[in-house]
Structures are given as C-alpha cells and as structure tokens.
Ligand binder design. Structure first.
Ligand SMILES: Nc1ncnc2c1ncn2[C@@H]1O[C@H](COP(=O)(O)OP(=O)(O)O)[C@@H](O)[C@H]1O
Ligand SMILES: [Mg+2]
Length: 286
C-alpha cells in the first residue's frame, strides 16, 4: 500500500508569536518499492514532511495514509500507532546520538523486543540487521560508544532495519560521513530497496539522487514545487535555476565533455560507470 498525503498542512507552535506554517497543502503519493528523494533547501519542510509518515508529527490539516494506517489531525486517534511505527521505520538525522545500550547487539535488539518479540527472536533479527549493514560479529559485544562514527551510524540504522519495516524513511543518512562511508551506506540502501522495501530519503547530495532514486520530490517554503524523475529534473537547467538546485557533479562534468565536442547522451548518465559507457560509445562511433 502506498504512502499518500492529502492536502496536508502543518503548523509549528500554533497560536503563539512563533507560529510557523512548515507544510502548506502537500499532496503526494509514493508507491511501494520505489526509492524517492526529498530535496530542497534547509528549512523547506523536508524533515517535517517525513515525520508525518510514522505519525511523529500529525497534520494540522489534511491526512496522511500509510499502508492501512490513517494519520489525521492530532485530536484524532491513530489506530495501531505501535504497528505503524514498525511498518514505517524512521531514521533521524545523526541517529547515532540515540544509541544507549551497553552493547551493540543489545542496542539493535531493543527495537524488536520493544515490539514484543521474545529475546531469542529479537537477537536473531538484530544479528541479521547488523550483518546487513556490515558490522562484524567481533563488534557485537562492544559498547556502541567504542565504535567509529561510521560504525555508530550503521548500528543505529540496523536498529530500525531490525524491525523489518516495509517503508524506510531516512533523514540525511550520509551527512557527516566520509566519502567511502557514504558510498557504502548508499549501496546498503540500494540493496534494501531491491529486496522490496520502499525508501524515502532526504538528501543534499544530488549525485546520489541521480544515481539511486527513481523520483525526486522538490520542496520549497513548505510546498512541493516539482516531482520528477531525477534524470529529467537535472537535464532542465532553467528549472534548476528557478528552484535554485545544484546540478550533480557528474552532469556538470558530462556537459563539459559535450561542450568540447564529445557526443554523449546526457539522459543516459547516472554515475561514473554510465558516463564511461557513454564515452566508450562515442569513441567507437568516431
Ligand atoms: N520544533 C520546531 N518548532 C518551530 N519551528 C520549527 C520546528 N522545527 C522546524 N521548524 C521550522 O519549520 C520549517 C521547516 O523545518 P524542517 O522541516 O526542519 O526543514 P528541513 O528539514 O527542510 O530543513 C523551518 O522554518 C524550521 O525553522
Ligand atoms: Mg531537516
């Protein structure tokens, strides 16, 4: 079942001098199994938007449908809230700040246990999730605080993956990671997506949007200004300027090659591998 926003508005601190309309009439549908990017400047409402998907925030107006769950305004009950939070797992920005258990394994097993799995099952799910995110068994009994930054982030993400969500929501998951760590993180999400999990990811990295996502939702001032396939979106220089979005580095590079007379198909370029394939094709034609 898809995710559906129907005329959703959200007001922070209503009826105070700090009242702020963070979402303004959002209509959005996200299909099962897709990999969607949410992009836009800081303050445009991205985090506010995604926190509606597991009812951490509730609409001031309108409603959100997630699978079989209906999320209405805060004065109405969300049925089966606990189940919803398992169905749609949300990874916050800098999730490693939320690690708290004595050991890595216990930290990841905490979620499943909290959702009523017995100890044995919870530990099994935790081990599976840890192995998926690439944390070795030798680290299972360490304190999460002994790990490197990138490892902590993986453990925190494993904590959500262990709940086996149908929808995985990620708020800037690669922010602050080194390039290699970010790359590994992105291929992890790709693997998870290929196994059938819907992924909704906030990011500022346009190269990742182009390489991994099938759709980009562009936000500005609490509104959606564009929903587009990334390769289409990044082709349109006028539009990028209008919504002040940066172009992926790989596209800028390809455009320079084209300007220098190389015959490349821009719409076929998503990452280094596809760029190289295009270059080889162009050379073969010569
Ligand atoms: N807890 C809050 N109280 C009041 N205003 C907030 C709160 N959180 C965010 N805002 C405001 O709502 C707007 C959208 O914020 P946010 O959704 O965090 O944007 P983004 O994730 O795109 O940077 C911003 O103007 C921000 O200052
Ligand atoms: Mg944010």
């Amino acid at each position: 079942m898809p995710v559906k926003f129907e005329s959703v508005s959200f007001l922070y601190l209503p009826k105070t001098p700090f009242e702020h309309l963070a979402l303004d009439g959002i209509d959005l549908e996200i299909n099962d199994g897709t990999f969607t990017a949410i992009i836009g400047h800081t303050g445009s409402g991205k985090s506010t938007l995604v926190q509606h998907i597991n009812a951490l925030l509730r609409p001031s107006k309108g409603k959100v449908l997630v699978g079989d769950y209906v999320i209405n305004a805060a004065d109405k009950k969300v049925n089966k809230l606990q189940e919803l939070r398992k169905y749609a797992g949300l990874v916050f920005q800098f999730p490693e700040y939320q690690l708290f258990e004595e050991t890595v394994l216990k930290d990841v097993a905490f979620g499943p246990k909290n959702f009523k799995d017995n100890e044995q099952v919870a530990l099994e799910k935790a081990k599976k999730a840890l192995s998926l995110v690439g944390i070795e068994e030798s680290l299972f009994d360490k304190s999460p605080f002994e790990l490197s930054g990138g490892q902590k982030r993986r453990v925190a993400i494993a904590g959500i993956i262990a709940l086996e969500p149908q929808i995985l929501v990620l708020d800037e998951p690669t922010a602050g990671l080194d390039p290699q760590g970010a790359k590994e993180m992105m291929s992890l999400f790709k693997t998870i997506n290929e196994r059938g999990t819907t992924i909704i990811m906030i990011t500022h990295d346009m190269d990742n949007v182009l390489k991994y996502c099938d759709r980009a939702v562009v936000m500005k001032d609490g509104k959606i200004v564009k929903i587009e396939q990334p390769s289409e979106l990044f082709k349109d220089e006028e539009l990028l300027k209008e919504i002040s979005l940066e172009e992926p580095h790989i596209i800028s590079f390809a455009k320079k090659l084209i300007a220098n007379g190389m015959n490349l198909k821009l719409s076929e370029i998503k990452d280094f591998d596809s760029l190289i394939a295009q270059i080889e094709k162009a050379r073969a034609v010569k």
